[in-house]
Structure formats: structure tokens, C-alpha cells
Write a protein that binds this ligand. Structure first.
Ligand code: BGC
Ligand code: BGC
Length: 620
């Protein structure tokens, strides 16, 4: 096989060869991008316009090669001998599900793995590179050592579109350093009921926030797709109404009029499409009882037609399986999904079966060939735009960007901007001297402060990845103070102030759904009681993916800060506690008095929250 150039830097020939080349070719030709095509094949010629390259390539493809492009396959299904199928079947995309990582989980190993898949793809008859997708939903969060940014709910509190653009840019650099060229982010869901387990993936309950923070799409992709070495495809998800399901049930049913769906859930997608978002992922949920994965009106008429979306509509993980209700995907599922307008199917495992079923549907005429061509055109267009044919391999010059000090600084800035000060009797900002008591299990735990979608799908407690805990941040900010930490809250007596970190344990998707209780855990309440009994003024820092019901216990606290799920840079919390930066975050959601009030959203008729949407104190 020919040597394959990397994503941004064309592979350099040995020096002697270079000298020879210099003698042979006119000078101006030396610094030109090498085209992958010396033989004049139009689709391999980077100087031609993308539509022309797409048309040329499609003219050479068999039906089977087209169907292969429509499959997105989990890496674990292509682990052994199946690897060869990537080229042989012309698989369109590979993904890592949440926590699906190479061994060892290092940025270098990711880049090596990516290159192996890419090389397998380039063995195919037409040498079509694969797209590699991950859920980089708060930084490149499957990669050990990557910068972990706050989850979206915290970023929603910043109300800062430019910050989001910069976070997108940093995330894209970390991704590009591992080769990965597609993220299933941002979630532009508008969470209307905090009992939903994906509330923290939402920028907030009002569509204005997600629409204005769609700048992250531009950060990820660059001003145009492929416009720089670190341009990755973004995905607006989940289309449509995932945050509006009855009872906040994940994958549930959004019972809403057409007008409400358009008013509450559509605006962020309009904005993402305006920014030429690379892909849109369909929601597992239903709208008035009809599964989105088979919803031709919303996908084809509204998204592709009315909104003019030009990119890839991708299904969610096994999402097409649910259309007919029976387990696994049936021929009917495949037909309904593709005819509804889905271009790429996240199978994620049984790709050969998917291709077989889709072929049968096309051959019987149940799925029109034009529909297949539309899907493949969209997929190939994104690949050409990204520059994948010219630079298919990982850009090793960016691998050091993974978890770099600059990116961690940016994440720390994001953390301090995301904090919302909800109550303060004057105890904050803290003095840097005296005796500070720190308590609670969330004080010293990178895993708890990062939440779900961190190294694993569900997330977990512990030192899951390098970072700074909130306690470490406090110690570093106040070297002159005596800081004591007791996880269980015992021994607070005699201290000037207590800072207690409590909140939720990590979860993702439906595992985070709650029916009624959004109260603090009994263990956390016990810690708080312990500290209160010592008579020390208490600052509570809530580490959670959503508002928790604190109406009664709060009466005993001197201050309350919502820190959301800050990610790997806990020092950003100390930046605000000690007043180096004033709190500026504003609530992206209404804070309920009691769970029975939910759903509770700004604009409701009998709106009576504990803290209203947009609320946030600062220091005098
Ligand atoms: C994967 C996730 C995926 C989930 C779907 C998990 O096994 O790791 O990425 O979202 O399954 O249920
Ligand atoms: C989630 C998506 C995610 C996909 C791939 C699904 O379970 O709903 O948000 O992108 O898995 O991990």
C-alpha cells in the first residue's frame, strides 16, 4: 500500500529524495498539497469542487458499496478478522460507544487505533476513508488524560457564546490529535423536566440558551468544515423533542402540539443548521406516539426540506430497532428508517445483516435508489469537505493537545463562569486565612465532579482521569489557611467556616431518570447535620447534573452554590469561593421547591420556583 499522509501534515519524503525533487520540479510546485491522485481520477483530485468529486465517485460505486457507506459500526464489532470488512464492505463509519476505548487508553493508542481503521478502509476497492465518531460531549471524554469540560447544564449558566466556541475549538484539537473526526455533540435538547436523566446534557430549559450556544458547532468544525487541521464534524442531537417527553422519561413520548414542538424544541436546530452542522442525530423518543426514527415528516420534510439541512442524518445507537417494537432490527425497521430520511445507521453491531436487509429492500423497490443516493451523497460530501481523502491519518502534531495546560485553563475558566450563587449571608467570599473545614464525598473526587460520559458511559466515582478536585483547588488557593478535610463531616467544631460538597452520583441516559425524589441522599444530609451540629457557618456546594430539592435543609446554610458537573478542573470552584472571580452564572433552569412541582418552566402560568430561571447572585 502507498504511504498515507496524515490529517494536516503531508508525509515528508527523506531528505535526499527531497533534494532530487527540488532539482527536477519547478520551485512553485514544491509546497503544493500532494493530491492523492497522480493518475487523474477526478474524485481523487483535491483541486476539483466537492460536488464533482462526489458525483464521480458515486458513478463508480456498486449498490453494495453504497449500502456499506450507510453503516456506522461499533469498533468492538470490528475487532479481529472483521477489521477487513471495513475495506471489503466499504463501511462508512466506525464509532466508539461510551467508554469503548483502546488498551491502553492513551491518546497515542487512540491515534494508532484510528489509523488502523483508516488503513483498513483504504484497502477497499475505491479507497474511501471512514469517519470515526465518538461522544465528545464535554471534552474528548473517552480518552484518559483529556480535558473534561463542565457538562452542558453548567455551560448554559455561563450564557457565553464565545466561551462555547472556544470550548468547541479546544475539543476539536484534542479529537484531531487522536484522529477522531466526528463528535455526537452538541446535545441541543431543551430539558423541560429535571427528572430526565439527560438534563445535564441540556444547556437549559429555554430554547434561547441552546440556540445562542450553538456557537460550539462553529468551534468544533471551524468556520467551514475542513477549514483547518482541527476541524471535526459536530452533531446536533437529538432530533426532535427529546427533552420534552412526558414525565421526563428518557426515550419517552413528547406529547405536544406542532406549535409547541416548533416553539420549544426546534430553534436550536435551526441555528445549528444555519451553522452548517455536519450531522443531526435522531432521537430515540416519540412525538405524540410516533417514533422519531421513522418520522418522515420531521426528518425529511422539516429538517431536510424546510430547514435546508445538507449534512448526514444519523440514527441513534440501535435506534432503528425500536420502530416496530420488536427486538433487533427487522426489514420493516430498516425500510422505515431509511425512507424516513436517515442517511447513516448506527447499527451498531450486526452490520452485515443491516446491509443484507437494506439491499433486499432496495431490490424489491421498497426503498428507492434515489433515497440511497441522497444518503451516500451526504456522507461522501462530508468526507470530502473534511479533507479525509487527502489526509486520512491522525495528525500526530496535535496529540500533545490532549489535556494540555491551555485547554485545562480554558476548562477552569468555564467552571468558574458556570457557578451559580443561590444564597449568601455574607460568608462568601471566603477569607484565605483561619481554619477552613471541608466535608462531603464530592469534595475530593474527579469522577463525582465529572459525572456520566467520563471515561465510561455511566461515569463513576474515583480518580478516573487526571484532574484537580475541588478540595485540591481550595488548598492551592489558600496556602495560608488551615484546611481540614473530613469526608463524613466529623470534627468541624472550632473551625471558622465549613465548605460541604454534596450532590449526585454519576449516571447517563435512562439510568439517571428519577420518578419523584430529587432530594439530597441521606448520607449527604447526615454530613450536613454533623457539620451544623458543630455550630460552624456552612457553605454548601452542590455537585449535580440538575437542581436538587433543598428547600428545607437550605434554611440552615449560610451560602449555597450550584456547581453542576464541573469536570476535571475543580480549581475553578475555588476561584469563585475565594473571590478571585465574582460569581456570574445564571440559572439555566427553574429551581423547584419540591419535586411534585415538576415540570416547572419559565413562562408557566402558576410559576412558583424556589429560584427562578435566570437567577444568580454576585458579590457586593
Ligand atoms: C454504549 C453507549 C450507548 C449505550 C446505548 C452502551 O453500551 O457504550 O455509547 O449509548 O450503550 O444503550
Ligand atoms: C445516546 C447518544 C449517543 C449514542 C452513541 C446513545 O445511547 O443516546 O446520545 O450519541 O448512544 O454513544
Amino acid at each position: 500500500m502507498n504511504p498515507t499522509p496524515s490529517r494536516s501534515s503531508p508525509r515528508r519524503p527523506p531528505a535526499a529524495l527531497l533534494v532530487l525533487l527540488l532539482l527536477l520540479v519547478p520551485l512553485h510546485a514544491c509546497d503544493r498539497e500532494p493530491t492523492a491522485d497522480p493518475a487523474g481520477v477526478p474524485y481523487l483530485d483535491a483541486s476539483r469542487p466537492v460536488p464533482e468529486r462526489v458525483a464521480d465517485l458515486m458513478g463508480r460505486m456498486t449498490l453494495d458499496e453504497k449500502l456499506g457507506q450507510m453503516a456506522m459500526v461499533e469498533r468492538r464489532a470490528l475487532g479481529g478478522r472483521e477489521r477487513g470488512d471495513v475495506g471489503a464492505l466499504g463501511i462508512g463509519a466506525v464509532l466508539s460507544g461510551g467508554g469503548s476505548a483502546p488498551e491502553p487508553n492513551t491518546a497515542e493508542a487512540w491515534a494508532d487505533m484510528y489509523d488502523e481503521f483508516q488503513e483498513a478502509a483504504l484497502e477497499g476497492r475505491l479507497r474511501i476513508p471512514v469517519l470515526y465518531g465518538v461522544d465528545a460531549v464535554h471534552g474528548h471524554n473517552n480518552v484518559h488524560g483529556a480535558t473534561i469540560f463542565p457538562h452542558n447544564i453548567g455551560l448554559g449558566a455561563t450564557r457565553d457564546p464565545e466561551l462555547l466556541r472556544r470550548i468547541g475549538e479546544a475539543t476539536a484539537r484534542e479529537m484531531a490529535g487522536t484522529g477522531v473526526d466526528w463528535t455526537f455533540a452538541p446535545c441541543l435538547c431543551v430539558a423541560r423536566d429535571e427528572r430526565w436523566g439527560r438534563t445535564y446534557e441540556s444547556f437549559g430549559e429555554d430554547p434561547e440558551i441552546a440556540a445562542s450556544l450553538a456557537t460550539v458547532v462553529t468551534g468544533l468544525q471551524g468556520r467551514e468544515i475542513g477549514g483547518g487541521p482541527a476541524s471535526v464534524l459536530a452533531t446536533a442531537k437529538h432530533f426532535l423533542g427529546d427533552g420534552g417527553t412526558t414525565g421526563g422519561v428518557d426515550q419517552g413520548d413528547a406529547e405536544a402540539s406542532d406549535a409547541e414542538l416548533r416553539r420549544v424544541h426546534l430553534p436550536p436546530f435551526v441555528e445549528a443548521v444555519r451553522r452548517d452542522v455536519g450531522a443531526v442525530m435522531v432521537s430515540y423518543s416519540s412525538w405524540n406516539g410516533a417514533k422519531l426514527h421513522g418520522h418522515r415528516r420531521l426528518i425529511t420534510d422539516v429538517l431536510k426540506g424546510e430547514l435546508g439541512f445538507r449534512g448526514i442524518v444519523v440514527s441513534d445507537w440501535g435506534g432503528i430497532d425500536q420502530i416496530d417494537g420488536a427486538e433487533h432490527f427487522s426489514a420493516a425497521d430498516v425500510r422505515a428508517a431509511v425512507n424516513a430520511g436517515i442517511d447513516m445507521v448506527m447499527v451498531p453491531m450486526a452490520y452485515a445483516d443491516f446491509i443484507d436487509k437494506l439491499r433486499a429492500e432496495v431490490e424489491s423497490g421498497a426503498v428507492p435508489v434515489e433515497r440511497i443516493d441522497d444518503a451516500v451523497r451526504r456522507i461522501l460530501t462530508r468526507k470530502f469537505q473534511l479533507g479525509l481523502f487527502e489526509r486520512p491519518l491522525a495528525d500526530r502534531s496535535l496529540t500533545a493537545a490532549v489535556g494540555s495546560p491551555e485547554h485545562r485553563d480554558l476548562a477552569r475558566e468555564a467552571v468558574r463562569r458556570s457557578l451559580v450563587l443561590l444564597r449568601n449571608d455574607g460568608v462568601l467570599p471566603l477569607a484565605r486565612s483561619g481554619r477552613i473545614f471541608v466535608a462531603g464525598r464530592h469534595a475530593d473526587d474527579v469522577g463525582l465532579q465529572s459525572g456520566g460520559w467520563t471515561m465510561t458511559w455511566q461515569g463513576e466515582a474515583g480518580r478516573v482521569t487526571p484532574g484537580t478536585t475541588i478540595l485540591e483547588g481550595i488548598r492551592a488557593a489558600a496556602p495560608g489557611a488551615a484546611v481540614t478535610y473530613a469526608r463524613d463531616g466529623r470534627g468541624a467544631a472550632g473551625h471558622d467556616v465549613a465548605v460541604v460538597m454534596v450532590g449526585e452520583e454519576p449516571y447517563a441516559e435512562y439510568a439517571g431518570d428519577r420518578r419523584d425524589a430529587l432530594e439530597l441522599a441521606p448520607a449527604d444530609l447526615a454530613v450536613l447535620r454533623e457539620v451544623r451540629a458543630a455550630g460552624v457557618p456552612t457553605v454548601v456546594v452542590l455537585v449535580s447534573g440538575r437542581p436538587l430539592v433543598v428547600t428545607e435543609p437550605m434554611e440552615e446554610w449560610s451560602a449555597l452554590v450550584a456547581a453542576w458537573l464541573p469536570g476535571s478542573e475543580g480549581a475553578g470552584v475555588a476561584d469563585v469561593l475565594f473571590g478571585d472571580h465574582p460569581p456570574t452564572g445564571r440559572l439555566p433552569v427553574s429551581w423547584p421547591r419540591r419535586a411534585a412541582q415538576l415540570p416547572l418552566n419559565v413562562g408557566d402560568a402558576d410559576y412558583d420556583p424556589l429560584f427562578p430561571y435566570g437567577f444568580g447572585l454576585t458579590y457586593p
